[in-house]
Design a protein around this ligand. Structure first.
Ligand code: FES
Length: 143
């Protein structure tokens, strides 16, 4: 009797673990599929395609969004700028104030195009090529 209860309890515990692990694996697969639709890797790097209708802040000139460690700024109706938010001094995350960047770690500053305006950084923020497709309202970023 005692052994039968123990086995039943073990079976329930094992079933719960199996369902949990299976659910997590399925979630990971779903997320991987989701990201695969918007991002692809090539020998040249990662190409990310975003639909601008998903980013209303990019709907007007001067608008910007951050996507991971990259900021995308709409410079004109058809021109976008994508910059790394990693400071080129010691890799802290820089902050954007709507017109320029500042690093909170050691005070480097960059203009609105990512060009160094004050050290200790000596290199501009890394920029990524962008391609705007006005018909599809998409932006391709080559990272
Ligand atoms: S890490 Fe940005 S100024 Fe040093």
């Amino acid at each position: 009797m005692e052994k039968e209860n123990f086995n039943r309890r073990d079976f329930i515990k094992s079933s719960i673990k199996t369902l949990t692990v299976g659910g997590l694996a399925l979630s990971a697969l779903d997320l991987k599929k989701l990201f695969a639709e918007a991002e692809s890797k090539s020998p040249g790097g990662i190409t990310k395609v975003i639909n601008l209708s998903d980013y209303p802040d990019l709907g007007s000139v001067g608008g910007y969004v951050t996507i991971g460690k990259v900021i995308v700024i709409r410079k004109s109706e058809s021109n976008f700028l994508a910059l790394s938010l990693k400071c080129t001094h010691k890799k802290c995350d820089v902050e954007y104030n709507g017109s320029s960047f500042e690093c909170p770690c050691h005070g480097s500053t960059y203009d609105g195009n990512g060009k160094v305006t004050n050290g200790p950084s000596t290199k501009n923020l890394k920029s990524y090529k962008t391609t705007f497709n006005s018909e599809e309202n998409t932006l391709t970023i080559n990272m």
